[in-house]
Design a protein around this ligand. Structure first.
Ligand code: CAA
Length: 257
């Protein structure tokens, strides 16, 4: 049987995906990207999906970038195809209807940083190292970094990072808003347990609606985005969740979604 490059663990609809190519620091080659896309397609239609967490195997690396050895001899046409496949896959991750969280447990470079940027938020362990070092290899970021990085950290910091190729540590990543939290690696498991508990106790449709409002709203002018929020808010009152959530509050009990 061929080795699984994307390990899957399903904890009642909270799915953890582990990119598993530890000998190459989980670098993204075509095989990893193909398998990741297949897994994401299988998740897209799952009504019971509550959240997706994505991480890298081992304690040294999240993802150390696109696979340099595989890219080395590509023609422009092959490079376009490779980037296209990765962009499509990363977009699928971004568009999942549930929160997607990057658990950055080490090197998060190049395509790895671009993967983390497509997640709704990221947490980092204190050994994490971030960067877009493509210029050191004579290329620019190709998996969305020049577009998603400025949207997350602002254009000045993004241009600093993509033109110098400098690496930053977890604390700097926190300061510039690239990650939401930093913790020792030994505490990551407890964080995941707590997050799982929190997400499970919330109304699943409300969680999906919240993500949809933010994502879709960001592509619109403010008035249209506020109208979208109002529509999604009103829609909540058409389902069972709102009635259960508000009744539970009034009856001083825990909601059962
Ligand atoms: N592609 C392919 N293989 C990689 C890799 C990558 N991006 N990163 C690491 N590896 C491999 C190494 O070649 C090495 O393999 P061997 O044992 O067979 O030699 C193995 O992983 C372990 O790596 P190191 O021995 O280099 O480990 P280290 O601890 O000394 O250094 C590191 C770690 C600083 C992350 C270093 O490996 C490194 O600089 N890697 C490349 C990082 C990089 O440039 N990423 C961007 C890639 S380009 C890109 O992503 C383009 C894009 O936007 C699409």
């Amino acid at each position: 049987m061929s080795e699984q490059l994307i390990e899957r663990q399903d904890n009642g609809g909270i799915v953890t995906l582990t990119i598993s190519r530890p000998k190459a620091l989980n670098a993204l080659n075509s095989a990893v990207i193909t398998e990741l896309e297949q897994v994401l397609v299988s998740l897209e239609t799952r009504d019971d999906l509550r959240a997706v967490l994505i991480t890298g195997a081992g304690e040294k690396s999240f993802v150390a970038g696109a696979d340099i050895a595989e890219m080395k001899d590509k023609t422009p046409e092959q490079a376009r195809e490779f980037a296209g496949q990765a962009l499509r896959t990363i977009k699928r991750l971004e568009k999942l209807p549930v929160p997607v969280v990057a658990l950055v447990n080490g090197f998060c470079l190049g395509g790895g940083c671009e993967l983390a940027l497509a997640c709704d938020w990221a947490v980092a362990t204190d050994n994490a190292v971030f960067g877009q070092p493509e210029v050191l290899l004579g290329v620019i970021p190709g998996f969305g970094g020049t577009q998603r990085l400025p949207r997350r950290v602002g254009p000045a910091m993004a241009i600093d990072l993509v033109t110098t190729g400098r690496k930053i540590d977890a604390q700097e990543a926190l300061r510039i808003g690239l990650v939401n939290r930093v913790m020792p690696q030994a505490e990551l498991g407890a964080y995941v347990d707590e997050l799982t508990k929190q997400l499970r106790s919330n109304g699943p449709q409300a969680v999906r609606g919240s993500k949809q409002a933010v994502h879709d709203g960001l592509d619109q002018d403010l008035d249209s985005a506020l109208a979208l929020e109002t529509s999604l808010f009103a829609l909540c009152f058409a389902g069972d969740e709102q009635s259960e959530g508000m009744s539970a509050f009034v009856e001083k009990r825990k909601a059962n979604f």
